[in-house]
Design a protein around this ligand. Structure first.
Ligand code: DUC
Ligand code: ZN
Ligand code: ZN
Length: 463
């Protein structure tokens, strides 16, 4: 027998283009691509379907305690299982250092739990909120072990770093060759707007959007870019919600700053008017930065097509309705858990918003959901490519239309913000390390089958 698995006559698509060929897998890696390959131990007929690298989601919150003290509804098992059902075969969550904790210990503990629970391969980032004492040495040590990036916050009282500490993290990250993911909203603007809303008794969901204004994002992104410019570190702008903030990144790149820009499906599909409803309806849609308007969505789609936005991640932030509404319908916007779930529908959402609508072609799609996220995490070409020798993490894609419904999903959240939305595209089968894990009547997910994949080398912006 020549191969463990042969996928026949698929339309193979990677970030560089599309071709029709057979793909042979041996020992969990892609071993040959061509016409008329020999027999496989198992075979899949993919005629008329796209075969693409598995999705890489490098912004997901699993098994993580938020700044408000909420534990995410998904752990590494439920989150990674939900991911693979949606076509994501590599996830990169965060080990979160809260103040006073050791970076080394939080990373080791997260990797230990992930090793037991993850059903697909994974990397790990570390959130740093306290860079005193042994933290610089510990960051260097976890970076040497293959941590993908460090994340810092410019806002949130319990997370934010002051300017000096932020610059220290940036310089340390530059020295070890990892990007700094930045939650880029200016704290002064967010805090002042929030306090004014609270003082005026304006506690509804729309006041959250007033607090997290677009100006707060512009100012945060400008600060993040300045941190990158003065330190020489690669800036990874997390969850950008406005085209104007992307334009700041474009200008910064032109003057030599390394900037990776990310957006998320909720900024491409959902509208800020959702927040004008009573809290019990709006709370599931509260995230930071908040949902924006139609012009923003169209501007983001343009910048996805032009290549100015590098990647689309889910920012999966899974909180239950009880965490969203701790005081029921009387919950104030300051009390609701912050963030949207979306790990399973990420590919279907981007496909629906951008490919089906003619803004992007399939190689663009692969670039945004797989190749560039893998590059941003130092995992390419092992992940996010169809190169010979790459891990056989593959999605056979169906263009089938379907309706978003939480009952079809595999997360532990209890709702989806995309309930009832007409969607195009979903996985027909998902292969992880050469094993068909998800398909029609196939569910081979199991805790612990995923492997830690270390970042290799210095990470540069994927362009
Ligand atoms: N930042 C994130 O990265 N995710 C969820 C909420 C937030 O503020
Ligand atoms: Zn953030
Ligand atoms: Zn996030």
């Amino acid at each position: 027998m020549s191969f463990d698995l042969v996928i026949r006559r698929g339309r193979l698509v990677d970030a560089d283009g599309t071709r029709e060929a057979d793909l042979g897998v041996r020992g969990g890696v892609i071993s040959e691509i061509g016409a008329g390959l020999g027999n496989g131990g198992s075979e899949i007929d993919a005629a008329g379907r796209y075969v693409m690298p598995g999705g890489v989601d490098c912004h997901v919150h699993l098994d993580q305690v938020s700044s408000k003290g909420d534990m995410t509804a998904d752990d590494f098992w439920t989150g990674s299982r939900s991911a693979v059902f949606g076509g994501t075969t590599t996830v990169v969550p965060f080990a979160a250092q809260h103040r006073g904790m050791s970076i080394r210990q939080v990373v080791d503990a997260a990797l230990g739990r992930a090793g037991k629970q993850m059903t697909v391969d994974y990397g790990m980032h570390v959130i740093v909120t306290d860079f005193s004492g042994d933290a610089p040495a510990e960051l260097a040590s976890v970076a040497a072990d293959g941590i993908a990036a460090v994340k810092i916050y410019l806002t949130y009282d319990r997370l934010k770093l002051n300017g000096v500490a932020a610059l220290d993290v940036m310089a340390a990250a530059r020295d070890v060759g990892i990007p700094v993911m930045i939650h880029a909203e200016a704290d002064d603007l967010v805090t002042r707007n929030r306090d004014l809303q609270v003082a005026a008794g304006q506690l509804s969901a729309s006041s959250h959007a007033v607090s997290h204004s677009r100006e707060a994002e512009y100012a945060g992104v400008a600060e993040a870019i300045a941190l990158g410019e003065s330190s020489g570190a690669t800036v990874y702008l997390a969850h950008v919600s406005t085209p104007e903030a992307i334009d700041l990144a474009i200008a910064a790149r032109a003057s030599g700053v390394e900037v990776i820009a990310e957006t998320c499906p909720h900024y491409l599909l959902l509208d800020e008017s959702t927040l004008d409803q009573p809290m019990e309806v709006a709370a599931p849609f509260l995230c930071s930065p908040p949902l924006r308007g139609a012009e923003d969505r169209s501007g983001l789609l343009d910048r996805l097509a032009s290549g100015d936005i590098d990647l689309v991640t889910s920012d999966h932030s899974p909180y239950s309705l009880a965490q969203k509404l701790p005081n029921g319908p009387d919950t104030a916007f300051t009390e609701a858990a912050n963030g949207l779930p979306g790990i399973e529908l990420r590919l279907a959402l981007l496909y629906s918003a951008a490919v089906e609508e003619g803004h992007l072609d399939m190689p663009d799609f692969v670039r945004l959901v797989a190749a560039n996220p893998a590059k941003a995490c130092g995992l390419f070409p092992r992940k996010g490519s169809l190169e010979i020798g790459a891990d056989a993490d593959l999605v056979i894609w169906s263009e089938q239309h379907h309706t978003g419904s939480w009952t079809d999903l595999h997360d532990n959240v209890g709702y989806t913000p995309y309930e009832g939305l007409e969607l195009a595209g979903r996985p027909y089968a998902v292969i992880s390390a050469g094993e068909v894990v998800v398909g029609a009547d196939v569910d081979e997910t199991r805790p612990g089958r995923g492997r830690f994949v270390a970042r290799h080398g210095r990470t540069a912006a994927p362009r």
